[in-house]
Design a protein around this ligand. Sequence first.
Ligand code: DX5
Ligand code: ZN
Length: 215
Amino acid sequence: MAIVAPSLLSANFLHLERDCKMLDASEAEWFHLDVMDGRFVPNISFGPMIIKFIRQTSEKFFDVHLMIEEPEKYSEEFMKAGADSLTVHAEACVHLHRNIQQINQLGMRAGVAINPHTPVSVLENIINDVYVVCLMSVNPGFGGQSFIPQSLDKIKALKSLIESKNAATLIQVDGGVSEKNAAQIIAAGADVLVAGSAVFGSSNPAVTISKLKSF
Ligand code: DX5
Ligand code: ZN
Protein backbone atom coordinates (compact mmCIF):
# COMPACT_ATOMS: atom_id res chain seq x y z
CA MET A 1 0.00 0.00 0.00
CA ALA A 2 1.51 3.31 -1.10
CA ILE A 3 1.41 6.68 0.61
CA VAL A 4 -0.95 8.97 -1.30
CA ALA A 5 0.11 12.60 -1.71
CA PRO A 6 -2.55 14.65 -3.52
CA SER A 7 -1.17 17.72 -5.27
CA LEU A 8 -2.95 20.92 -4.27
CA LEU A 9 -1.95 22.41 -7.63
CA SER A 10 -5.21 21.02 -9.00
CA ALA A 11 -7.32 22.23 -6.07
CA ASN A 12 -9.86 25.01 -6.41
CA PHE A 13 -8.02 28.01 -4.99
CA LEU A 14 -11.25 29.89 -4.52
CA HIS A 15 -12.25 27.08 -2.15
CA LEU A 16 -8.82 26.18 -0.84
CA GLU A 17 -9.92 25.68 2.75
CA ARG A 18 -12.69 23.32 1.68
CA ASP A 19 -10.28 21.27 -0.46
CA CYS A 20 -7.65 21.14 2.30
CA LYS A 21 -10.19 19.99 4.87
CA MET A 22 -11.36 17.31 2.46
CA LEU A 23 -7.76 16.08 2.19
CA ASP A 24 -7.33 16.26 5.94
CA ALA A 25 -10.36 14.02 6.43
CA SER A 26 -9.34 11.66 3.62
CA GLU A 27 -7.04 8.62 3.63
CA ALA A 28 -4.21 10.64 2.06
CA GLU A 29 -1.20 10.81 4.37
CA TRP A 30 0.66 13.68 2.70
CA PHE A 31 -0.15 17.06 1.17
CA HIS A 32 1.97 17.63 -1.96
CA LEU A 33 2.67 21.34 -2.48
CA ASP A 34 4.08 22.38 -5.87
CA VAL A 35 6.10 25.59 -5.82
CA MET A 36 7.01 27.01 -9.26
CA ASP A 37 9.05 30.11 -10.04
CA GLY A 38 8.49 30.72 -13.75
CA ARG A 39 12.22 30.18 -14.34
CA PHE A 40 13.10 26.58 -13.59
CA VAL A 41 9.69 25.66 -14.99
CA PRO A 42 7.48 27.65 -17.37
CA ASN A 43 4.76 28.27 -14.80
CA ILE A 44 4.28 30.19 -11.55
CA SER A 45 2.26 28.71 -8.69
CA PHE A 46 2.50 29.74 -5.04
CA GLY A 47 5.06 30.20 -2.29
CA PRO A 48 5.53 30.03 1.49
CA MET A 49 2.75 32.50 2.27
CA ILE A 50 0.07 30.19 0.88
CA ILE A 51 1.67 27.13 2.50
CA LYS A 52 1.52 28.89 5.86
CA PHE A 53 -2.25 29.35 5.43
CA ILE A 54 -2.70 25.75 4.29
CA ARG A 55 -0.75 24.62 7.39
CA GLN A 56 -3.66 25.89 9.50
CA THR A 57 -6.00 23.32 7.97
CA SER A 58 -4.12 20.11 8.72
CA GLU A 59 -1.38 18.45 10.74
CA LYS A 60 -0.63 15.93 8.02
CA PHE A 61 2.83 15.61 6.42
CA PHE A 62 3.60 18.60 4.17
CA ASP A 63 5.69 17.53 1.22
CA VAL A 64 6.93 20.67 -0.53
CA HIS A 65 8.17 20.20 -4.10
CA LEU A 66 10.34 23.14 -5.13
CA MET A 67 10.52 23.66 -8.88
CA ILE A 68 12.64 26.76 -8.44
CA GLU A 69 16.16 28.00 -9.06
CA GLU A 70 18.43 28.74 -6.08
CA PRO A 71 16.17 26.87 -3.64
CA GLU A 72 18.73 27.32 -0.82
CA LYS A 73 17.67 30.96 -0.55
CA TYR A 74 14.20 29.95 0.60
CA SER A 75 14.70 26.77 2.67
CA GLU A 76 14.32 28.50 6.00
CA GLU A 77 11.21 30.32 4.89
CA PHE A 78 9.56 27.07 3.81
CA MET A 79 10.54 25.46 7.10
CA LYS A 80 8.87 28.34 8.96
CA ALA A 81 5.80 28.02 6.74
CA GLY A 82 5.41 24.43 7.94
CA ALA A 83 7.16 22.17 5.42
CA ASP A 84 7.94 18.69 6.76
CA SER A 85 9.98 17.77 3.71
CA LEU A 86 11.61 19.97 1.12
CA THR A 87 12.33 18.54 -2.31
CA VAL A 88 14.78 20.30 -4.62
CA HIS A 89 15.50 19.48 -8.25
CA ALA A 90 18.87 17.91 -9.00
CA GLU A 91 18.90 19.94 -12.25
CA ALA A 92 18.52 23.22 -10.32
CA CYS A 93 21.31 22.57 -7.80
CA VAL A 94 24.98 22.92 -8.69
CA HIS A 95 25.87 21.95 -5.11
CA LEU A 96 23.17 19.37 -4.50
CA HIS A 97 24.92 17.79 -1.52
CA ARG A 98 25.07 21.18 0.18
CA ASN A 99 21.36 21.75 -0.47
CA ILE A 100 20.53 18.39 1.14
CA GLN A 101 22.73 19.15 4.15
CA GLN A 102 21.03 22.51 4.60
CA ILE A 103 17.54 20.98 4.53
CA ASN A 104 18.52 18.25 7.00
CA GLN A 105 20.19 20.80 9.30
CA LEU A 106 17.01 22.87 9.33
CA GLY A 107 15.23 19.79 10.70
CA MET A 108 13.23 18.91 7.59
CA ARG A 109 13.35 15.72 5.53
CA ALA A 110 15.31 16.20 2.33
CA GLY A 111 13.92 15.25 -1.05
CA VAL A 112 15.53 15.28 -4.49
CA ALA A 113 13.47 15.41 -7.68
CA ILE A 114 14.73 14.36 -11.08
CA ASN A 115 13.28 15.27 -14.46
CA PRO A 116 12.37 12.62 -17.06
CA HIS A 117 15.70 13.04 -18.89
CA THR A 118 17.89 12.76 -15.79
CA PRO A 119 19.28 9.29 -15.07
CA VAL A 120 18.91 7.88 -11.56
CA SER A 121 22.70 7.46 -11.46
CA VAL A 122 23.04 11.16 -10.47
CA LEU A 123 21.71 10.09 -7.07
CA GLU A 124 24.38 7.42 -6.49
CA ASN A 125 26.51 9.42 -4.05
CA ILE A 126 23.75 11.14 -2.08
CA ILE A 127 21.01 8.54 -1.83
CA ASN A 128 21.76 7.69 1.83
CA ASP A 129 21.12 11.31 2.88
CA VAL A 130 17.85 11.60 1.00
CA TYR A 131 14.47 10.81 2.58
CA VAL A 132 12.50 10.80 -0.66
CA VAL A 133 13.34 10.81 -4.37
CA CYS A 134 10.67 12.43 -6.50
CA LEU A 135 10.78 10.76 -9.88
CA MET A 136 9.11 13.07 -12.35
CA SER A 137 6.94 11.05 -14.71
CA VAL A 138 6.01 14.19 -16.69
CA ASN A 139 8.03 17.31 -17.45
CA PRO A 140 7.47 19.53 -14.42
CA GLY A 141 5.42 22.70 -14.65
CA PHE A 142 1.82 21.68 -15.13
CA GLY A 143 -0.79 19.32 -13.78
CA GLY A 144 -2.90 17.13 -16.03
CA GLN A 145 -0.14 15.75 -18.32
CA SER A 146 0.23 12.14 -19.46
CA PHE A 147 2.44 9.67 -17.61
CA ILE A 148 5.67 8.96 -19.52
CA PRO A 149 5.80 5.14 -19.84
CA GLN A 150 9.63 4.90 -19.58
CA SER A 151 9.25 6.11 -16.00
CA LEU A 152 8.41 2.54 -14.99
CA ASP A 153 11.95 1.41 -15.86
CA LYS A 154 13.36 4.37 -13.93
CA ILE A 155 11.39 3.37 -10.83
CA LYS A 156 12.95 -0.10 -11.07
CA ALA A 157 16.45 1.34 -11.58
CA LEU A 158 16.00 3.62 -8.58
CA LYS A 159 14.75 0.72 -6.48
CA SER A 160 17.90 -1.28 -7.25
CA LEU A 161 20.11 1.71 -6.51
CA ILE A 162 18.42 2.17 -3.11
CA GLU A 163 18.78 -1.53 -2.31
CA SER A 164 22.41 -1.66 -3.43
CA LYS A 165 23.24 1.24 -1.09
CA ASN A 166 21.18 -0.17 1.81
CA ALA A 167 19.30 3.13 1.89
CA ALA A 168 15.81 3.69 3.33
CA THR A 169 14.87 6.30 0.72
CA LEU A 170 11.25 6.49 -0.41
CA ILE A 171 10.40 6.48 -4.11
CA GLN A 172 7.81 9.06 -5.04
CA VAL A 173 6.26 9.19 -8.50
CA ASP A 174 4.92 12.56 -9.66
CA GLY A 175 2.94 13.27 -12.81
CA GLY A 176 0.10 11.59 -14.63
CA VAL A 177 -0.64 9.14 -11.84
CA SER A 178 -4.22 7.83 -11.74
CA GLU A 179 -6.30 4.78 -10.83
CA LYS A 180 -5.44 3.43 -14.28
CA ASN A 181 -1.69 3.16 -13.78
CA ALA A 182 -1.27 3.13 -9.97
CA ALA A 183 -1.04 -0.67 -9.75
CA GLN A 184 1.79 -0.80 -12.31
CA ILE A 185 3.63 2.08 -10.64
CA ILE A 186 3.44 0.40 -7.25
CA ALA A 187 4.49 -2.95 -8.73
CA ALA A 188 7.58 -1.24 -10.17
CA GLY A 189 8.56 -0.11 -6.66
CA ALA A 190 6.90 3.23 -5.85
CA ASP A 191 6.24 4.10 -2.19
CA VAL A 192 4.51 7.47 -2.65
CA LEU A 193 1.97 8.42 -5.33
CA VAL A 194 1.44 12.08 -6.16
CA ALA A 195 -1.88 12.73 -7.87
CA GLY A 196 -3.28 16.11 -8.78
CA SER A 197 -5.81 16.09 -11.57
CA ALA A 198 -6.80 12.46 -10.93
CA VAL A 199 -7.91 13.43 -7.42
CA PHE A 200 -9.29 16.94 -7.84
CA GLY A 201 -10.71 16.33 -11.29
CA SER A 202 -12.77 13.37 -10.11
CA SER A 203 -16.38 13.62 -9.03
CA ASN A 204 -15.50 12.38 -5.54
CA PRO A 205 -11.87 13.16 -4.60
CA ALA A 206 -12.03 11.32 -1.25
CA VAL A 207 -13.22 8.15 -2.97
CA THR A 208 -10.47 8.46 -5.60
CA ILE A 209 -7.91 8.76 -2.79
CA SER A 210 -9.32 5.58 -1.18
CA LYS A 211 -9.03 3.80 -4.51
CA LEU A 212 -5.40 4.89 -4.87
CA LYS A 213 -4.80 3.57 -1.35
CA SER A 214 -6.33 0.20 -2.25
CA PHE A 215 -3.64 -0.87 -4.75
C1 DX5 B 1 4.02 18.84 -12.00
C2 DX5 B 1 3.85 18.77 -10.50
C3 DX5 B 1 2.91 17.71 -10.09
C4 DX5 B 1 1.52 17.90 -10.63
C5 DX5 B 1 0.89 16.56 -10.77
O1 DX5 B 1 4.95 19.78 -12.33
O2 DX5 B 1 5.08 18.52 -9.86
O3 DX5 B 1 2.90 17.50 -8.70
O4 DX5 B 1 0.71 18.72 -9.86
O5 DX5 B 1 -0.31 16.72 -11.40
P1 DX5 B 1 -1.03 15.52 -12.17
O6 DX5 B 1 -1.26 14.46 -11.14
O7 DX5 B 1 -2.26 16.14 -12.67
O8 DX5 B 1 -0.07 15.07 -13.23
ZN1 ZN C 1 5.01 17.87 -7.70
